[in-house]
Design a protein around this ligand. Structure first.
Ligand SMILES: Nc1ncnc2c1ncn2[C@@H]1O[C@H](COP(=O)(O)OP(=O)(O)OP(=O)(O)O)[C@@H](O)[C@H]1O
Ligand SMILES: [Mg+2]
Length: 263
C-alpha cells in the first residue's frame, strides 16, 4: 500500500472573529462534496468548529486535548459528522490547559506533527487535513504551523487588515527558519466582503496590490445565512445550499483544487 500524506493546511489569523472557523468548516465540506476525504482538526478551546458541525459538547468523548496531551492517535479521535468523506477531531474547553502542559515538554512544538506523521495514510486515506486555529499565536497555533504544509489566512475586508498580517508573516517566517522549512502560504481569502461598501472594495484593491497572486479570486461575501448556519450545527451546504455563501465556498474549494492539480 502506498503511503500518501494528506495536505495539511492551517487556517489561521491571530486576529479574532475574521472567519477562520467559518472558512475551515465550509471549505472542508466543500472539498468533501468534491469527492475528497477531509479531516478537520479543531484546535481551538472554544470548540466552535465542533459546534458548527453539529457535535454537542457531551458527544465530544475524545478530543484534541487527548491528542496533544494524552496518548490518543488522530484516527481514534476522528468522528463522523454526517457529511460523506468528512471527519472531525473535536475540541472542548479542556484544550485551554494544553498550552501550559505542552510548554513543559521537550517536544512542545512537534507533538501534532508527530501524531500526524505516525499515521499510516495508506490504510487511512485522507486527502486534506484542515486545522482550525485559535485567535492567538500560542503553542496550539505553533503546533498547527509546524505540522502543516501551508497556511490559509482568512482576512476580514475591513480597515487596515494588513497590519495584523505582517505579524503572522513574521511568525510563519520564524517557523520556516526553525521547525518547518517547507511551510508555504496556501493563500489569503477575503471574508465578510460587502460589495456595496466602498471600504470593502478599497481593502480588496489594497490587499490584491500588496499580495498579488496569494489572494484568491474567490471572495466570501458577508451573509446572514453564513452566520446563522453554525447555530443549527450545519455547514452552509446543508443549511442554505443555494446561498451566495455556499457558492463562494464552493468556488474557493475549486480554486484550491485547481492550484493543487497543476502543482
Ligand atoms: N461571511 C460571513 N458573513 C457573515 N457573518 C460571518 C461570515 N463569516 C463569519 N461570520 C460570523 O462572524 C463571526 C466570526 O466568524 P468565525 O467564528 O468564523 O471567526 P473566527 O476567526 O474563527 O473567530 P475566533 O477568532 O473567535 O475563532 C461568527 O459569528 C460567524 O458566524
Ligand atoms: Mg474560530
Amino acid at each position: 500500500m502506498t503511503y500518501r500524506r494528506p495536505r495539511v493546511i492551517s487556517v489561521t489569523n491571530q486576529k479574532g472573529g475574521v472567519g477562520k472557523t467559518t472558512t475551515t468548516i465550509n471549505l472542508g465540506v466543500a472539498l468533501a462534496l468534491q469527492g475528497k476525504s477531509v479531516g478537520i482538526i479543531d484546535l481551538d478551546p472554544q470548540g466552535n468548529a465542533s459546534t458548527a458541525l453539529g457535535l454537542e459538547s457531551q458527544e465530544r468523548l475524545k478530543t484534541t486535548y487527548d491528542l496533544l496531551v494524552g496518548d490518543s492517535d488522530l484516527f481514534s479521535i476522528f468522528v463522523k459528522v454526517g457529511v460523506e468523506g468528512l471527519v472531525l477531531a473535536p475540541a472542548t474547553v479542556d484544550l485551554s490547559s494544553a498550552d501550559l502542559i505542552l510548554s513543559k515538554k521537550s517536544d512542545q512544538v512537534t507533538v501534532l506533527k508527530d501524531k500526524i506523521n505516525s499515521i499510516d495514510f495508506g490504510q487511512n486515506k485522507l486527502d486534506y487535513i484542515l486545522i482550525d486555529c485559535p485567535p492567538s499565536l500560542n503553542l496550539l497555533t505553533i503546533n498547527a504551523l509546524v505540522a502543516s504544509d501551508s497556511v490559509l489566512v482568512p482576512l476580514q475586508a475591513e480597515f487596515l487588515p494588513l497590519e495584523g498580517l505582517s505579524q503572522l508573516m513574521l511568525s510563519v517566517k520564524e517557523i520556516r527558519d526553525t521547525a518547518n522549512p517547507g511551510l508555504r502560504f496556501e493563500g489569503i481569502v477575503l471574508t465578510m466582503f460587502d460589495k456595496r461598501n466602498n471600504l470593502s472594495r478599497q481593502v480588496e484593491d489594497d490587499v490584491r496590490d500588496n499580495l498579488k497572486g496569494l489572494v484568491y479570486q474567490s471572495v466570501i461575501p458577508r451573509s446572514v445565512k453564513l452566520s446563522e448556519a453554525p447555530s443549527y450545527g450545519k455547514s452552509i451546504f446543508d443549511y442554505s445550499p443555494r446561498s451566495k455563501g455556499a457558492s463562494a465556498y464552493k468556488a474557493l474549494a475549486l480554486e484550491i483544487l485547481a492550484r493543487h492539480d497543476v502543482n
